[in-house]
Design a binder for this molecule. Sequence first.
Ligand SMILES: [Zn+2]
Length: 491
Amino acid sequence: MSPRPRKLVLAVIDSLKPAMLERAVAEGRAPALRAILERGVYVRDCVSTFPSVTPVASATIATGAGPDGHHIPSMNWYHRGEERYVEYGSSFEASRTFGIRRSLFDTVYNLNMAHLSRERRTVFEHLQDAGLRTAGTTYLIYRGRTRHELQTGGGVFPLIARLAQFRHAVWGPTELFYADLFASRRTPCRSMLGRPGLRDQHTGCVGAYLVEEDLFDFLLFSLPDNDTWSHRYGPEGQLQSIAGADRALERIMHVAGGPDAFLDEHAVVVMSDHSQTPIAWRINLAEVLAGWRVLGPRDPERGAAEIAVCPAARSAMVYVLDPERRERLLPAIEHRLLDEPGVELTARLVSDVEASVRSSRGELRFAPGGSLTDPRGASWSVEGEPAVLELDTSDGRVRSAEFPNALARLWSALRCPRAGDLLVSAAPGFEFVDWGGVDHVGGGSHGSLRRDDSEGVLAFAGTGPGSAAHREQWSIEDVAPMVISHFRVGS
Ligand SMILES: [Zn+2]
């Protein structure tokens, strides 16, 4: 009989930029990450979803599916069935604009229990179905098979939960520690309201407890503070927040007896959900599209609105509210958007089997199936202006250095049943202001189809193939299958 697979820790460092990780390691600020890289395989261009924002990417990491499979279209989207915006917390101000209670409810409950497709199992569900013990720290996607009641003890977050009338239990991994809302065990760890800068510490504290007590086969170890820091200080600022993430990893290694002992006993995957780029300019899409009646966040005359506008950092979506008027309004809206220097690309479906993507350079149409093969092995046909996506179509291949995995990512985003009619990707240096009026000018952001937003870290030790050359183009879609095959659980 083959030996039992090692326990596996999946550490997701939000917005981790490969160049910044490399510098942090070279400068001696990340000894735990260094130990993992020295033992394992390192990929510096693992491509994210489009849009390259956390709710979409987290759902992909947890399920292995793109937005067409997991059904989470963006950070902010329009719910056609409920005729309202859904906001997963682009900023505190954006949440306040839609109502803190509603935004928290969407993020904590609806994202997992209502919006995330039931057709795809999460990695937690998959492993629990096979009898394995799973665990997770505060992460947007936590859906699993074990019921967890809301915490009713002391602390600040339970108070807010009471005020927001949170009552419901959730289904999560075997062990779930989500802010101070859900905690499957009593630990000395406090998340302090999930305050930025303290969340990695909470993860480190809970993770050390889980390692010490031997409570999991699979642990999703979430390190979100790097994203907040990088939004504020720009990607260069990550040197400091990567050191913070490293301390959380050191902490779980320490209770196992140090890096070597820990890595003998555990396989580890470290990854980004997406990257970040510097922001110099803001653009307000609701103002740009003021020629149409834009649905407001708490619109007293919802019936009068023509379009819904959903900014999400360096990406956005536009919905035409009356389906009968879609064909007439979309070309004019597209035209107006492409007049803006901050808008680089717009994309939409032209039929069930074909998509159109436009920039100031013209229009490119593409469809699945055809004679061209992309770096992940999918086949496509294209016509029109390849310069729109800087496509190289020589030798029967189709690829783009600037817009990695462009066709598959756009197609999956457009085929998501909750996606807008028009998807938008920002030009370098631009960010769309969120519904709370917040941007990150002078700092960093992400969301676009470009490589600088989209290419992140994937490192694995004690699991996965022996070389990065195993795949020409790695994607965050590859991680859930890698974890599942590590435990030799059939899919
Ligand atoms: Zn972010």
